[in-house]
Write a protein that binds this ligand. Structure first.
Ligand code: SF4
Length: 96
């Protein structure tokens, strides 16, 4: 069983993600990713050991929602935020 994230940390994560979304919009990256990118992200989450139902036990976020947002990323680098319309490779993907 994974360790639960304290509510205080979840609120801080939500505030941080909200700020990232606003910054992304200001930078012209938009709010949402494409359906294809959302599907890619969600597929990674669904096979991740840290997903509990639809909630990530690393960040405390509901991943069906978070995976739609362009300016946020996986807390352990399994998928990245969109930057200037480009999707950088995940940490494992870029290690080769
Ligand atoms: S955001 Fe990252 S750590 Fe959380 S469930 Fe998805 S892939 Fe796993």
């Amino acid at each position: 069983m994974t360790k639960k994230i304290p509510i205080r940390q979840q609120v801080q994560n939500l505030a941080s993600d909200t700020a990232a979304v606003i910054s992304g919009v200001v930078a012209g990256n938009g709010i949402f990713v494409s359906e294809q990118e959302q599907w890619n992200r969600w597929s990674i989450c669904k096979s991740c050991e840290f997903l509990e139902n639809t909630k990530c036990s690393k960040c405390g976020c509901f991943m069906e929602v978070k995976t739609q947002l362009a300016a946020v990323e996986c807390p352990i680098g399994k998928w990245k935020k969109v930057n200037n319309g480009q999707v950088p490779p995940c940490d494992d993907c870029s290690a080769t």
